[in-house]
Design a protein around this ligand. Structure first.
Ligand SMILES: [Zn+2]
Length: 478
């Protein structure tokens, strides 16, 4: 009988502990917002963006499809759109459409680097409700490919600099405005700029590139707007799995066909998800947003020491963004066999795109997959690999400047670090700086996020103004 009392007492004690921990898991104070208003010509920012959007600066994986004249048209417009930048900053051009403006500061401290790209992904024009390069403005919205990704921040950086120069502002230290015109095809424009910095001993005080945004409803139990600033990004490796066979007629197949073997391999990989690993950016995110979540979720996030397993199961089951934050993910994307329905393939193959958690590497992921497939008939080859980025510092001035500009522009939002699950050009700074932040200066609805790389990409005009406002607030601290 006494054993029952002991068990009961332990259960009560356990409940008291987890409830007390959840109650003590209180929100941290929000980043203080600078109350000062900034004034600038908001209509001018919209006009400049429209001019950029009208250029068909589309990057293709087949470069012969690209229209070089459109890229030249855009760069040719810059002195007219941003005359003060053209007068005050030197411009250096790099191969693969890299552009680097240097805005000289008063002192000789480490410079800030503000990044964006001015190329865009292709469009399927037939699916669009408005022409994708018209920059048509209707009901307070501008339509066009690249409005969100990332001509708005390209314009925001340049327009903010232009307005500040016209007001007589000069930064304390140099600021580099670093732009690439081939980001969407993973081209080396940004890499050349990084090489230039390395060769000239230029070490940034911080780097800001595209990344998270101000979003709502992305974290369980949190309804307030959250500004998500990436402090690391996942890596990537593509694996091709192939099986060779003698081919032959489909009327008399052997006991195992190449596609059957690949299907088993695919099933085995999907049945062995990578283990959950909560890295520093995600831990920091749980610690910021988890504290502002509903009580049921706070119970989980305050007690990960005992609810890790439950979180792991929830993530595996739900898939999607939450799952992508806590583990390396595998998505099978391509498969090919023979050219005819009645011919056995002499070689069949499939491809998986793997996004690497910062705890994994290209090599460790390959080894894990080989262990899951366990079939010598399947050859595995890696291509287009990128290691995960290092994790950036959040205890420095660079981080605080970005956070304070965010908090002042989107008053009342929760500012949180997070792990970016996509790749950006900022990954090239891996050996140069541990102060690389990834934030696209916009507040985005779920629908708007969906239109990035999709059909009917468009931007609210107030978003264009706020992006510029953010860069003005940030640059004023540099
Ligand atoms: Zn993009």
């Amino acid at each position: 009988m006494w054993i029952l009392y002991v068990i009961l007492a332990l259960i009560v004690l356990f409940l008291i502990v987890i409830v007390c921990r959840a109650l003590a898991f209180k929100p941290k104070p929000k980043t203080p917002a600078e109350p000062e208003e900034v004034s600038f010509d908001r209509d001018g920012a919209v006009k400049a963006l429209a001019a950029l959007v009208s250029c068909r600066t589309v990057s293709y994986s087949e470069p012969e499809k690209e229209d070089g004249a459109e890229f030249d048209r855009l760069t040719g417009m810059l002195p007219e759109l941003y005359p003060n930048v053209a007068a005050e900053c030197s411009l250096q051009r790099f191969p693969d459409r890299g552009l680097l403006f240097r805005w000289p500061g008063k002192g000789s401290g480490d410079p800030a680097v503000l990044m964006a790209h001015y190329d865009v992904v292709p469009v399927e024009e037939a699916n669009w409700d408005r022409p994708p390069f018209s920059a048509l403005i209707e009901d307070g919205v501008m339509w066009g490919r690249g409005t969100l990704d990332t001509k708005v921040t390209f314009n925001g950086i340049l327009y903010a600099a232009d307005q500040l120069i016209s007001q007589g502002f000069r930064p304390e230290h140099d600021i580099y405005l670093a732009f690439s015109g081939c980001e969407e095809t993973n081209g080396p424009g940004a890499e050349h700029i990084v090489e230039y910095f390395v060769q000239n001993g230029i070490v940034p005080s911080f780097v800001l590139d595209e990344g998270g945004a101000v979003v709502e409803g992305v974290f369980p139990g949190v309804s307030e707007p959250c500004a998500m600033i990436g402090i690391a990004e996942k890596g990537q490796v593509n694996l091709e799995y192939s099986v060779a066979s003698g081919g032959g007629h489909a009327s008399a197949p052997g006991p195992r066909t190449p596609i059957g073997i690949l299907s088993s391999a695919c099933k085995a990989v999907e049945a062995h998800p990578f283990p959950m690993h909560i890295t520093k950016p995600v831990e920091a995110m749980f610690d910021t947003l988890g504290r502002r979540s509903s009580f049921a979720y706070r119970l989980i996030f305050a007690n990960l020491w005992c609810f890790r397993g439950i979180l792991d199961k929830i993530c595996k089951k739900s898939g999607g963004e939450l799952n992508a934050l806590v583990r390396t993910t595998v998505a099978f994307t391509q498969m090919s066999g023979s050219g005819a329905p009645n011919v056995l393939p002499s070689r069949a193959s499939m491809v998986s795109n793997i996004r690497l958690n910062p705890a994994d590497s290209v090599a460790s992921a390959q080894e894990y997959i080989r262990g899951a497939v366990k079939d010598d008939a399947v050859s595995i080859r890696a291509f287009k690999t990128m290691e995960p980025s290092p994790i950036s510092d959040t205890e420095c001035d660079g981080w605080r400047k970005v956070c304070s500009a965010v908090a002042a522009t989107w008053k009342g939002c929760i500012v949180s670090p997070y792990l970016m699950v996509q790749c950006s050009d900022s990954r090239h700074y891996r050996d140069l700086s541990d102060r690389v932040y990834r934030f696209s200066a916009m507040d985005l609805t779920a629908e708007e996020r969906h239109s990035i790389h999709g059909d009917n990409e468009r931007i609210r005009l107030e978003t264009v103004g706020r992006a510029t406002e953010f860069f003005i607030r940030l640059i004023k601290q540099c």
